[in-house]
Design a protein around this ligand. Structure first.
Ligand SMILES: [Zn+2]
Length: 284
């Protein structure tokens, strides 16, 4: 199932329908008017403003207030379309591409892309269960070079992935034990089985109470019975493909937003038709 462009255009043909959607998301379940307290209030859209007015007391609600859309003069249809593109493309959309597609300035499209990634980041998971694979990778630096664990201009990223489940990933200062183990303890259920390679930062996982299984990559072994880190590595390939394919290069400062984008798409991969709606839910 997919949320098709035809359906999208039907759902959001103009700014009014986008605003209605935001109103529904934020105030759709309002039981009484916050001002006059009338029960089951009727709010009507005020023309030429981004607000809705109570039929009984004229109190106005602004569905974009306090959201990413609050200070923007960019039409909501542009925002919605940019969000839509972010959910239907496998590797995301660059600010450059949004600039071209929407006909806005690069400054605007860059800001939109950043805000949309922030929305995606609000859908994070907080605990992983069952069999969880953990690994680090390095992104950024010179394109095309894979120089291993100690190159200073590359950004280390740490990820934990449930088999057939969700991923949690974040940028880290380094891949030392003192950095990685607290992140594992915070995000992986105590009863989980953790699979990693033989990297030294992971050797104390048993002392923390986890079942820990190690795949010996140095012995050129990548699958040993049920032991492997192929799932987390496939997440990293997606992240790298997104960064090098869509963006060419991203700064260390903003790398977490790109990780969040990749995580969002990964965690919602089985419900592509709902991705847009899930992203919108982050607005309120
Ligand atoms: Zn009222």
């Amino acid at each position: 199932m997919k949320y098709t462009i035809m359906q999208f255009r039907k759902d959001y043909p103009n700014d009014a329908t986008c605003l209605d959607k935001l109103f529904q998301l934020r105030y759709g379940k309002l039981e009484c008017c916050p001002k006059c307290a009338v029960v089951n209030p009727t709010f009507k859209r005020v023309s030429n403003r981004r607000s809705y007015q109570c039929r009984d007391c004229y109190y106005q609600l602004y569905p974009t207030a306090g959201t990413v859309f609050e200070k923007t003069t960019t039409p909501l249809t542009y925002w919605f379309y940019a969000m839509y593109l972010m959910t239907v493309t496998r590797n995301g959309v660059s600010a450059k591409e949004l600039e071209r597609v929407l006909g806005v300035t690069y400054k605007t499209s860059w800001r939109m892309a950043k805000m949309i990634r922030e929305l995606m980041g609000r859908n994070k998971k907080t605990q992983l269960f069952g069999i969880v694979e953990a690994d680090e990778c390095y992104v950024g630096g010179s394109p095309g070079k894979n120089l291993g664990r100690t190159v200073p201009d590359r950004q280390p990223v740490f990820a934990m992935v449930e088999r057939l489940g969700n991923v949690i990933a974040q940028k880290v200062d380094n891949s030392q034990k003192t950095t990685l183990l607290p992140i594992i303890q915070e995000n992986i259920d105590k009863a989980a089985t953790i699979m990693t390679d033989e990297f030294k930062s992971y050797v104390n996982l048993r002392d923390l109470g986890y079942i820990h299984k190690t795949i010996m990559h140095q012995l050129k072994r990548y699958v040993d019975g049920e032991i492997s880190t192929n799932t987390v590595e496939s997440f990293f390939s997606q992240l790298k493909r997104m960064i090098s394919g869509t963006h060419i290069w991203v700064s260390k400062k903003h790398i977490q937003l790109y990780i969040d984008e990749c995580v969002f798409r990964y965690n919602n991969r089985n419900v592509p038709e709902k991705m847009f709606e899930i992203m919108l839910n982050g607005v309120s």
